[in-house]
Ligand binder design. Structure first.
Ligand code: PGA
Length: 262
């Protein structure tokens, strides 16, 4: 983490889990365990139908809520799609794009990820752009090349002032939902590389302003080591964000670095 230049962000990705009626009890339990002082931006990315419940439960708290996907279109005859202005209208502040599950199961391409990020920025929503290599790519030594390409494709045509508003989440596919976390060194190496790609595309000032998260089996046990890395500015948490106690522990992990703020 480097709080001098950028925000620390802990975002929960609930994926397709929980019901609207479960949001309020979850938020109440979580709030009871959060650090006294704001140590990070905390976001719950919930399924679309849970957004109104999240908005209500989170009111007057230090939490924010987000979505998990958005359409490449802004309106029109696209049955089943949800557009960025609709999310903004519901008070959504963050939205995940390019998650590996969407890339894999919904054929989301790099060009689509780029369009979605632009649509979100135009609607005033922060995109959380996911990138990450497969196990096969890692074993073949292609991690950096592939992640560099994904970052460049996702940010193509986005101006520096807007890139500063984006969040990048490095999520190695082999670590998602597998319990097999990247080591802190592996995660830092790629997050540092992502920052250097942004530096190359823009400039040092822009690169140091972008929050880069790690995601992939981050949990209450391994979070401290990951969050202690200089280029890891938080986490995108799947499984562990479904349990208030585990999620709260990760949020508290962002306060450990600076014990005086507790
Ligand atoms: P996980 O999921 O924490 O359950 O591995 C992370 C994600 O998919 O964002």
């Amino acid at each position: 983490m480097n709080r001098k230049y950028r925000k620390t962000v802990i975002a929960g990705n609930w994926k397709m889990n929980k019901l609207a009626s479960e949001v309020k009890p979850f938020v109440e339990e979580l709030r009871g365990m959060m650090p006294k002082t704001k140590s990070c931006e905390t976001v719950l990315c919930v399924p679309y139908p849970l957004i109104p419940a999240a908005s209500k439960a989170i009111r007057d708290s230090r939490l924010a809520y987000g979505a998990q996907d958005v359409s490449v279109h802004d309106s029109g005859a696209y049955t089943g799609e949800v557009a960025a202005p609709m999310l903004a209208d519901l008070g959504v502040k963050y939205c995940i794009v390019g998650h590996s599950e969407r890339r894999e199961y919904h054929a989301e391409t790099d060009a689509m990820v780029n369009t979605k990020a632009k649509n979100l920025l135009a609607a005033g929503i922060t995109p959380i752009i996911c990138v990450g290599e497969s196990l096969d790519q890692r074993e073949k030594g292609l991690t950096m090349e592939y992640v560099d390409y994904q970052v460049k494709a996702a940010l193509a045509g986005i101006e520096a002032k807007d890139v500063k508003k984006c969040i990048i989440a490095y999520e190695p596919i082999w670590a998602i939902g597998t319990g097999r976390t990247a080591t802190a060194e592996q995660a830092e190496e790629v997050c540092c590389e992502i920052r250097s790609v942004i530096r190359g595309m823009y400039d040092a000032r822009t690169a140091r302003a972008v929050s880069i998260l790690y995601g992939g089996s981050m949990n209450a046990k391994n979070c401290d080591e990951l969050l202690a890395q200089p280029d890891i500015d938080g986490g995108l948490i799947g499984g562990a964000s479904l349990k208030p106690q585990d999620f709260a522990r990760i949020i508290c992990g962002t306060a450990l670095e600076e014990p005086w703020i507790r």
